[in-house]
Design a protein around this ligand. Structure first.
Ligand code: CS2
Length: 507
């Protein structure tokens, strides 16, 4: 998520700013666009300008532009705040990617963003752009909650305040489903065939789900438009992967020193990246395979593997770490017990739910994941990963738990992860330090936690009753409920270390 940057920018010493002009003066070790940016035209509108898309989509596209495809530049659109636009515009939308492996840094200035906009004050410009024939793909990274979904079912949350507001004023949308629907409507009215919508967020079957959300929103607005979208707009599914923590001030200082000029919003990331995409682009696409993307007919096995093994392990580690005061994932990996718990999660609860993944050896995949988590150059804060648990737990951990019960088995570690999330809602770690629970449902969740702080059974029961998070079939499993309450009780009485010792001795 974007962090507040404007105050910081104002406070910085006046230093030459990264820009087209200063590009050629950068130290030779800094990679830069190997193509003439002035000759590139936009083909993609990207919604959501956070760090992730700038480490992922933008670098794949940068490579494709360098390979000679000139009509796939990106225009970035921020639907939340103008902060990143305002940081990028004065530097001609250039920014630095700091790729860290341990103590080794590689710097690369990325050139694939041609322009940046914000819907807050440029909505009409954005909608005029997405109606133009040269825009053939709209990509999105707006996080799980950006789609206004009911996380347990993945369908549109029709009571969501932004959705209600958009249905009352549909030509001036503020929600992502409302924006997509209006953009598709205006483009159709302009006589253009629809762009492809490429959802790059961590939802299971992300294209299918978001198409369902947009079609449902459109049904509530105009059933004829809904039928048009259902029949004509392609939403390929995709699996995206690159660990990209929020930029910290120390990263800005590192980049500025290495560049000898100021970059208002660099991005820090790991060397690894993976992108698996369903090849359904009626108006064409960049040859992303030239940059290493894998184009397939069915993304689902890849996406389940990544959502469960990577993101599921992240969530488990994040909640146990925040409550025990461990700041980063790399630190969690040096804990005497957490790596063992993560291995159990993979082996007993997650890997058994995966279908065969083409060309992939799962033990090699999880070994590589562990090495990525251990990368000491990446300070991925556990509090950042702990955000939006109401949206993240269902696809990462609750769905595999439900599948295990349906197959007559019981998850061993998922109940512990769920209990850790419940304990996390108490807003204080074991040393008594307060932290903020960031979640679209935070107000209700923390209120429940405060009311039942002394009673694990009542706390779990009140949270289980939230159907937007917990599917009733899962909560109906006494084995699940009892295990969560048992772990929550231990976490609240003996703490994380004691709970993990007991668990590892007797799972
Ligand atoms: C993380 C992801 O913040 C989180 O919830 O699990 O951002 C994760 O780092 C990415 O999906 C990696 O591709």
């Amino acid at each position: 998520m974007p962090d507040a940057n404007t105050a910081l920018l104002a406070a910085r010493p006046s230093q030459t700013r990264l820009s087209t002009d200063t590009l050629r003066r950068l130290p030779p070790a800094v990679e830069r666009p190997a193509y003439d940016r002035a000759a590139v035209t936009p083909g993609i509108v990207h919604i959501g300008l956070g760090a992730f898309c700038r480490a992922h989509l933008a670098t794949y596209t940068d490579d494709v532009l360098a390979a000679g495809e000139k009509d796939w530049g990106i225009v970035g659109v921020d639907p939340l705040s103008p902060a990143i636009r305002d940081a990028l515009k004065p530097q001609d939308c250039l920014y630095t990617l700091l790729v860290r492996e341990g103590t080794r840094d590689r710097l690369r200035v990325v050139g694939s963003f041609l322009d940046a906009m914000a819907t807050g004050d440029q909505l009409e410009e954005v909608l005029a752009l997405t109606a133009k024939p040269e825009i053939r793909i709209v990509t999105l990274t707006v996080t799980e909650k950006g789609y206004c979904q009911d996380a347990a079912t993945g369908s549109l949350d029709e009571a969501h305040p932004l959705i209600r507001a958009d249905l009352a004023a549909p030509t001036a949308p503020r929600s992502v489903p409302g924006l997509l629907c209006e953009a598709i409507r205006r483009r159709r009215a302009a006589g253009q065939p629809p762009f492809t919508v490429l959802v790059c967020d961590n939802l299971a079957q992300n294209g299918i789900k978001v198409k369902g959300i947009v079609v449902r929103y459109a049904e509530l607005r105009d059933p004829e438009l809904a039928a048009y979208i259902a029949e004509n707009v392609s939403f390929p599914c995709t699996m995206v992967d690159r660990i990209t923590p929020a930029t910290q001030d120390a990263d800005r200082a590192t980049v500025d020193a290495a560049l000898d000029c100021a970059d208002a919003w660099p991005v820090v990331t790991e060397p690894f990246k993976q992108w698996v995409i369903e090849d359904r682009f009626p108006l064409g696409r960049p040859a992303w395979e030239k940059a290493g993307a894998i184009l397939v007919d069915d993304v689902h096995p890849f996406e389940l593997m990544k959502l469960r093994c990577l993101n599921g392990a992240h969530s488990l580690l994040a909640y146990l770490s925040v409550i025990s005061g461990i700041e980063t994932i790399a630190d969690a990996m040096t804990d005497p017990q957490l790596p063992a718990i993560m291995h159990r999660l993979w082996a007993s609860d997650l890997i058994p739910t995966l279908p065969p993944v083409p060309g992939t050896d799962i033990p090699a995949y999880t070994a590589a994941l562990e090495a990525r988590f251990r990368n000491p150059g990446i300070r991925h804060r556990t509090i950042q990963i702990s955000s939006d648990g109401s949206q993240k737990l269902p696809p990462r951990l609750l769905e595999p738990a439900r599948e295990l019960f349906a197959a007559g088995k019981a998850p061993a570690v998922i109940p512990l992860a769920v209990a850790a999330w419940m304990r996390f809602l108490l807003e204080k770690d074991e040393a008594g330090n307060a932290y903020v629970v960031a979640d679209p449902m935070a107000a209700g969740l923390t209120r429940i936690a405060r009311v039942h702080a002394g009673d694990p059974g009542a706390l779990a029961a009140a949270l289980f009753a939230i159907e937007d998070i917990f599917a009733p079939e899962l909560v109906a499993e006494a084995g699940f409920r009892d295990a969560v309450v048992r772990h929550l009780d231990r976490l609240m009485t003996v703490g994380v270390a004691g709970t993990l010792t007991a668990f590892l001795a007797n799972p």
